[in-house]
Design a protein around this ligand. Structure first.
Ligand code: PMP
Length: 428
């Protein structure tokens, strides 16, 4: 039997890197087995250390919306690199990127570029607290907003109790201001505002959630958040790090027609390199340093190469019909998989929004964290590994959304569905 280079690398990696990975979900802990070490990627595919090809449905967890190594993005990066890697001084590219984001995202007049989604949400939160002079924040169970201390929180033991840290090393004191509520629960949010309305700095929410599989907010839920925040002088933050430029060109705020006070962006706007951002009205953003009193900074913020990749990606997604095609691709996949599962008698359903999709081993798509957790995870894990053997790479955990790109053509989707049909036949 030949030894897999993935096993060799994983063994080696674990000696010098905790768990062998630089971000936990990559370790396959949830599904078991050896993570694939990726050597290269192109279009809808990537290849592992054994040279095996996979159809990739994570797209670097969202950024690869135009497909991997798109020639125009690669060219822009190469050209930018020849002009220097980082200056620590402003560039024209950053001005153009800010103008482009402000033009496309309804809630944004001014934007600050950062290097990760974590920084974007953490800074938006600080701004919300700085602007309102209040400490308490509301988040929703199952939404992930990066790993800032006050956001690593799960629900407390009773309704309207403040949360508990979900990570060691986060002091109780840091999360005692974070209230964790159920997603899509309008009475829950009404109750919270009735109790704490004048103490709440902000509500942060993924308007299309992609960190508890794919769960769409109901329009009533987002409208209730908007109305209650306005009524009580709290700020509404949409964390569109994942869904921004993914569910549509104007993000979830464009889709729902609901305008938050602050928006966090990431992933797609960097086109595969580290760019994220947060923004809002000029008035609110004027509270940021160096104009205002809310401090935030970054050595590599607005890095010229990352901005070149991001700007090129933002241009490509504005080509006529881009989101119609992306949505049609996700629809073809979701419907094809659902059909195949039905024919093979497997309890399964799927949903999609723009270029994001969810696969559920349950009869109906979940509406909140508890419903998502009730899905058949053992079945998902079996499905995941069988698909991997077939050369299809879905997110290695039942809690994650999937992503299609413009490079996933009908033939790629149909190959995936045929592979899934073989797998479903063995699953029941
Ligand atoms: N917010 C959301 C909605 C995310 O999906 C993520 C990352 N998956 C983050 C924030 C954090 O972004 P990053 O990993 O770039 O820090």
């Amino acid at each position: 039997m030949t030894i897999s280079q993935n096993d060799v690398l994983f063994e080696r990696a674990q000696k010098t890197t905790p768990g062998g990975v630089n971000s936990p979900v990559r370790a396959f802990r949830s599904v078991g087995g050896t993570p694939r070490f990726i050597t290269r990627a192109e279009g809808p595919y990537f290849w592992d250390a054994d040279g095996k090809r996979y159809i990739d449905y994570i797209g670097s967890w969202g950024p690869a919306i135009v497909g991997h190594a798109h020639p125009q993005v690669v060219k822009a990066v190469q050209e930018a690199a020849t002009r220097g890697l980082s200056f620590g001084a402003p560039t024209q590219g950053e001005v153009e990127m800010a103008e482009e984001i402000a033009r496309l995202v309804p809630s944004i007049e001014q934007v600050r570029l950062v290097s990760s989604g974590t920084e974007a949400t953490m800074s938006a939160l600080r701004l919300a607290r700085g602007a309102t002079g209040r400490d308490k924040i509301i988040k929703f169970e199952g939404c992930y907003h990066g790993h800032a201390d006050s956001l690593l929180v799960k629900a407390g033991s009773g309704l309207l109790t403040f949360g508990n840290p979900t990570s060691a090393g986060v002091p109780e004191d840091f999360v005692k201001h974070t209230l964790v509520l159920d997603y899509n629960d309008v009475p829950g949010i009404e109750e919270a505002f009735a109790e704490y309305g004048d103490e709440i700095a902000c509500v942060i929410v993924e308007p299309v959630a992609g960190n508890m599989n794919l769960i769409k907010a109901s329009p009533e839920f987002l409208q209730a958040l908007r109305d209650l925040c306005t009524e009580h002088g709290a700020l509404l933050i949409f964390d569109e790090v994942m869904c921004g430029f993914r569910v549509g060109l104007a993000g979830a705020q464009g889709l729902y027609g609901i305008t938050p006070d602050l928006t966090a962006l990431g992933k797609v706007i960097g086109g595969g390199l580290p760019v994220a951002a947060f923004g809002g009205s000029a008035e609110l953003m004027s509270k940021m340093s160096p104009v205002g009193a809310v401090y935030q900074a970054g050595t590599l913020s607005g890095n010229p190469i990352a901005v070149a990749a991001g700007m090129t990606t933002l241009k490509l997604i504005q080509e006529a019909g881009f989101y119609e095609r992306l949505t049609a691709t996700a629809k073809r996949l979701a419907e094809g998989l659902t059909d195949a599962a039905f024919q093979e008698g497997v309890t399964f359903c799927a949903d999609y929004q723009g270029g994001m999709f969810g696969l559920y081993f349950s009869a109906e798509p979940p509406r909140n964290y508890a419903e998502m957790m009730a899905g058949d995870r053992a079945k998902f894990n079996e499905f995941f590994h069988a698909m991997l053997d077939e050369g299809v790479y879905f997110a290695p955990a039942a809690f994650e959304a999937g992503f299609v790109s413009a490079a996933h053509d009908d033939a790629v989707i149909d190959d995936t569905i045929e592979a899934a049909r073989r797998v479903f036949a063995r699953l029941k």
